[in-house]
Design a protein around this ligand. Structure first.
Ligand SMILES: *Cc1c(COP(=O)(O)O)cnc(C)c1O
Length: 511
């Protein structure tokens, strides 16, 4: 296991490396004929848009710039340079490097959004094929690849719910979207942004939707319900068919948050569970890391009756090849300027193609096996419990709690997370979902070998032992990271938060 001392991390800011007059790169002068044709730059740019003083940029030589950023990148935790990465829900699933190589093909990266369709048949075919596979995987009828993130897809999904009720003349009455209290925070936010009122319902003891609570809020004011299945506790909603029936009988639509689909790939489909709209995060389940340094991809897939409302353009196949179609009379419009997020689409395409139906199913099975292995082992660790129906199996992730440890030793989930960082491991998602106190949300994924799971379990066992014998040691973690314990109040307060070198200088002086 890789361990560091804090002293290893002594990297100045790039502004502190700056020396007047030092230059890293000099752009070539434009050819005289180009300059002459364009005219003088100071005359071309309107006066009020010209800078009055030069920008405050660091003056650094080329090699210093390279070293600086390489050092910074080494201070980061990488799934390839570090170890286990159990960040529940948002974790990186399987990201084969060959997909990164494919997606960096200049044939893809150099495409221009205004290029003629006849010259981009390959990428259009890829998008068309990808959509058809996603429809098959989810059990839906039609869809769009436009949204550039999961939350973006949710927002579009809510706009589709609105358009559907508007079309039926019911939107003035159907103002409410129902969301369980275990939902991802983006769900209520997306519904609000689409103009709906969010009605939150409590979860049952086992973390599933409370049918009585659901029946009590459903009515003619219901526009729809947003649900994740398996839910954020990693538990499968076994009443899903009944839930969908209750919503549909009231005239509402069922929305499926499929950000993390890996537990059910090839095993069951939201379309068969009764959902009308589905979003997927290609940048989680289908081979692009979440936060992969570029746009994501949050396709929306719908049942036939919502097809007319989808945003334009969609990729279609005609006699002469593939083309972008604007023919959706009831379309809600565009949700994204161009398909600039084609890169994660290609990775998802390559992933599905190389895994095949059997491979996807196997990924689902191993992700569930790994999550249950970890949950069963960790619930036996002193101070750690598996709240909410511990007898029920989990799907791709499990939410444990350290509230017993906190009561008995003062060591909280946050301290455990910091102590994991000291051991060269990434922390799980903490304090989410909100319905579990002192939550540790662990998603091992299907890619980790048994030894990696055991090393993580051993680290938690070791931290628990220390918490019960010398708690101050865990309370003062981390000691081996680039920065120690952050002052969370200062880091969030507008008076002390500095997001740029200039803000820092204005606040605290100095050069
Ligand atoms: C990650 C996630 C989202 C949001 O996806 P973004 O691409 O980050 O906007 C929504 N729901 C769930 C359950 C998620 O895990």
């Amino acid at each position: 296991m890789r361990r560091f001392r804090q002293a290893d991390w002594d990297e100045p800011l790039i502004f502190e490396l700056s020396r007047p007059g030092r230059v890293g790169f000099t752009p070539p002068k434009a050819e005289p004929e180009v300059c002459d044709a364009a005219g003088d730059i100071e005359e071309l740019v309107p006066q009020n848009m010209l800078r009055r003083e030069p920008p405050h940029l660091p003056e650094v030589s080329e090699v210093m710039v390279v070293r600086h950023y390489i050092h910074l990148s080494q201070m980061n935790y990488g799934v390839n340079s570090g170890a286990f990465y159990p960040l529940g829900s948002c974790t990186m699933k399987y990201n084969p490097i060959i997909n990164e190589v494919l997606a960096s093909n200049p044939g893809l990266t150099e495409l221009h959004p205004e290029q003629d369709e006849s010259t981009i048949q390959g990428v259009l075919e890829m998008m068309y094929q990808l959509k058809s596979w996603l429809l098959e995987i989810t059990g839906m009828d039609d869809g769009t690849l436009q949204p550039a993130a999961g939350a973006h897809g949710e927002f579009l999904g809510c706009l589709l719910i609105r358009a559907y009720h508007e079309d039926r003349g019911e939107i003035d009455v159907r103002r409410e979207i129902i969301v369980p209290d275990s939902a991802h925070g983006t769900n209520p936010a997306s519904a609000m942004m689409a103009g709906f009122k969010v009605v939150e319902i409590p979860s049952r003891e086992d973390g599933c939707v409370d049918l009585e609570a659901l029946r009590s809020v459903v009515g003619e004011q219901t526009a729809g319900m947003m649900l994740t299945n398996p839910n954020t506790l990693g538990i499968f909603e076994s009443d899903i068919v009944e839930i969908a029936r209750i919503i549909h009988e009231a005239g509402g639509l069922m929305y499926y948050d499929g950000a993390n689909l890996n537990a059910i790939l090839g095993r069951c489909r939201p379309g068969d569970m009764g959902f009308d709209i589905v979003h997927l995060n290609l940048h989680k389940t289908f081979s692009t890391p979440h936060g992969g340094g570029g746009p994501g991809s949050g396709p929306i897939l719908v049942k036939e009756f919502l097809s007319d409302f989808l945003p334009v353009p969609t990729v279609e196949r005609g006699e002469e090849g593939y083309y972008l179609s604007y023919d959706r009379p009831k379309t809600i419009g565009r949700i994204h300027g161009y398909y600039g997020n084609v890169n994660p689409m290609l990775k998802a395409y390559a992933y599905i193609l190389s895994m095949g139906p059997e491979g996807l199913k196997e990924a689902a099975e191993i992700s569930v096996l790994n999550a249950n292995y970890i949950a069963r082992k960790l619930m036996k660790v002193r101070g750690i419990t598996l709240p909410r129906a511990p007898e029920r199996p989990r799907k791709h992730e499990a939410v444990l709690s350290a509230s017993e440890m906190e009561r008995e030793t003062g060591v909280r989930t946050l301290n455990i997370a910091k102590a994991l960082l000291d051991r060269g491991l990434h922390a799980p998602t903490v304090y989410f979902p909100l319905i579990v106190p002192e939550a540790l949300m662990i998603e091992p994924t299907e890619t980790e070998p048994l030894e990696a799971l055991d090393a993580f379990i051993e680290a938690i066992e070791e931290i628990s032992e220390i918490a019960y014998s010398k708690p101050e040691e865990v309370l003062s973690a981390p000691r081996n990271t680039a920065v120690g314990r952050l002052d969370e109040a200062k880091a969030a307060h507008p008076k002390t938060l500095c997001l740029s070198w200039r803000m820092y200088r204005e606040r605290f002086g100095g050069d």
